[in-house]
Ligand binder design. Structure first.
Ligand code: PLP
Length: 408
């Protein structure tokens, strides 16, 4: 019997392992998306997945409607509609002082999710290593595996008290760099910690990238969601980094349209050419009318962005004391729209059993901390809440969390 036939049933119902890629053995399905399915199943308030439950700005929706009405219904140029690329280049210069050639240095993809995997596939070879701070946005692990690279994790350590900052150990970061290091993936403002990397921290990372000839792949999707006077600094704006940085961003979070699937990479020409090739064969292009709406979105006045951040600050400042009152120890986010919490006070075995209790019995869905770490034990005392929700959604969640009895 050939090995291909072994393990297969005559009815074909058992899918033999040999049909599957070894790569998919190395990661699981997304826990975040699974928690959303569970929230729907149990009628729970979904504070798990980071999507807004309130309307997107009217101007942007009108721009999308107009584009469909004007028959922008066929493939856009594979690397992105010209209007959108021009708008991205214009705003990148205004916001970060970085001059970008929209013809040669921008690739529009289906969300920053596709942008990240297209970038990694474009730059990684088997044996390459990619440095990732953990806790990390869960896609980066599978993305590295799929691109053939080996992830190397460096710890972000939680602050001692609610108002402190997540920090990393400079020596530990240096130890992660060696001759196999191809890239570092950096996410600032950060999901799930809410950390906004400071200029000093970025300069330190910059120096390592220069010393070890490493590429920085920066996910800046929360760049406009900042609190407490923090500043977003784009890695590409630092001296020496323009030529070795891929900046990833998108419409999802800034314009509250996570379902539109429009994101982009800004990279030097040679890297852009490689990303464009991969992107073309992955998806051909992002939705054409929504790219036109993206050009309109990027033309919103400056006050749109300050209102966006202020709206999320109010939600954060409302949710944090309520979570503390319910028995969670909170780590105050400086950016993005998540709060990582410590659940030690509830006395549960681990984060997964606690999250199951919350979704099934309390009626609130969160993300277990372990899904942000390579070793589940590291996140076993944490869960993440997303607060990109209507005030009434957050109120209802807080009301339900009152049933927890305040921990101890
Ligand atoms: C850090 C980070 N990057 C990327 C994404 C996904 O972005 P997109 O909707 O553009 O694919 C998310 C969504 O939660 C995120 O938190």
């Amino acid at each position: 019997m050939s090995s291909r036939m072994r393990g297969d049933s005559p009815s074909g119902r058992i899918i033999a392992k040999h049909f599957l890629s070894d790569k998919v053995e190395h990661f699981t399905e997304s826990v975040i998306r699974e928690m959303t399915r569970q929230a729907m199943l149990h009628g729970a308030v979904n504070l798990a997945q980071g999507f807004p439950d309130f309307p997107a700005p009217a101007e942007i929706k009108q721009a999308a409607q107009q584009a469909v009405g004007a028959d922008v219904n066929q493939y856009a140029i594979t690397w992105g509609a010209k209007n959108l690329r021009n708008a991205i280049a214009r705003q990148t210069q205004i916001w970060q002082g970085v001059v970008v050639d929209p013809e040669k240095e921008i690739t529009v993809c289906c969300g920053s999710t596709e942008t990240m995997i297209a970038t990694l596939l474009a730059v990684c070879n088997p044996g390459d290593e990619v440095v990732i701070f953990e806790p990390y946005y869960e896609n980066y692990g599978p993305d590295s595996v799929l691109s053939g690279a080996k992830p190397k994790f460096v710890k972000l350590r939680p602050p001692r008290d609610e108002n402190g900052e997540w920090t990393f150990d400079e020596k530990e970061l240096r130890r992660a760099f060696d001759r196999h290091t191809k890239a570092i993936i950096l996410n600032t403002p950060n999901n799930p910690t809410g950390k906004v990397f400071s200029r000093e921290e970025l300069l330190l990372i910059r120096d390592l990238c220069l010393e070890f000839d490493v590429l920085a792949i920066t996910d800046e999707i929360y760049e406009h969601i900042l609190y407490d006077g923090t500043e977003h600094i784009s890695m590409a704006s630092l001296d020496g980094m323009r030529e070795r940085t891929v900046t990833i961003n998108g419409m999802s979070k800034t314009y509250s349209v996570t379902g539109w699937r429009v994101g982009w990479a800004i990279a030097p020409e040679k890297i852009t050419n490689a990303i464009r090739k991969v992107h073309d064969f992955l998806t051909v292009g992002a939705p054409a009318p929504l790219q036109e709406a993206g050009a309109a979105a990027l033309s919103m006045p400056a006050e749109y962005y300050s209102k966006l951040a202020e709206g999320y600050r109010l939600r954060r400042d409302h949710l944090l004391p309520a979570l503390t009152g319910a028995g969670f120890r909170c780590f105050r986010p400086r950016g993005a729209y998540y709060v990582m919490t410590d659940i030690s006070g509830f006395g549960f075995k681990d984060d997964v059993s606690f999250a199951q209790h919350l979704v099934q019995n309390i009626g609130v869905a969160v993300v277990p901390g372990s899904s942000f770490y390579r070793d589940p034990k590291d996140g076993a005392r944490q869960v993440r809440f997303a607060f990109c929700k209507k005030p009434e959604t957050l109120d209802e969640a807080v009301r339900r969390l009152g049933r927890l009895g305040g921990g101890n």
